[in-house]
Ligand binder design. Sequence first.
Ligand SMILES: [Zn+2]
Ligand SMILES: [Zn+2]
Length: 270
Amino acid sequence: MNGKWDARIRRAGELAQAHPFASEGLRFYQRLAQFQKFLYGSFETDCGQATRPCAPGALRDEFDPFVLLPRFPSLLGLVEASAPSILAQSARALQNEGAKRWQAMLEKFWWDGNESAAGAAGAETVISWIFLQPYAEYLADHIERPAPSGTPSVCPLCGGKPQVAAFRPEGDGAKRSLICALCSTEWDYRRIVCPSCGEEDVHKLAVYSAAEFKHVRVDACDSCRSYLKTVDLTKNGLAVPVVDELAMIPLDLWAAEHGYAKLQTNLLGI
Ligand SMILES: [Zn+2]
Ligand SMILES: [Zn+2]
């Protein structure tokens, strides 16, 4: 399963070269993903690779502080050394606190989610998110997937919000899926419906794309004013949705200018 981290790291490098406006964020993401790959591998080594049963939506019940806390200081060191200043300051302050405080912070994020990822107050949220994402992904990859039922608008394994949508080739066309911001599970979703409010009226669902990024578009909803990006793998098979999402900053600027709020802020705070 480790190959997916390499694909993300490689794709971030390609996009950083192609899109200088996003290169700083993508280079930072590369370092994070390198660390996340290492963490993910260490969970596989220490917690095993067997597949376990898990009730639908119950992935978050698996939180294990004994596995997590000894690994946390190395993330703080990485963030202090290579993150933008707000995150680095927060990491430095956290290094002086103890495991009890870290556990409280990580558990809060684990249960409350990444609602407040933007702005200075969100620094601890982002640090928790960077750290817990590979753990959630490890858990998701090693539990028996529940049979799909309906098309839920949140992750069927952990209840997280979608970070990005994807179109993947199916027959002559494309099927749409959503990708979880926490555990990276991908699940099928209907093409013409807003994942935030369930709006199905095509006249209220706006699509915006820019000539320079043909394979990524904004799907916005005029009922709830939310949006997310969709990465179209039928147009670019080399894309990695969670990474291409980070790179296409001009689409986020367009959405913000038109009064749409992102369904789920990404790890770079965008
Ligand atoms: Zn999930
Ligand atoms: Zn909506």
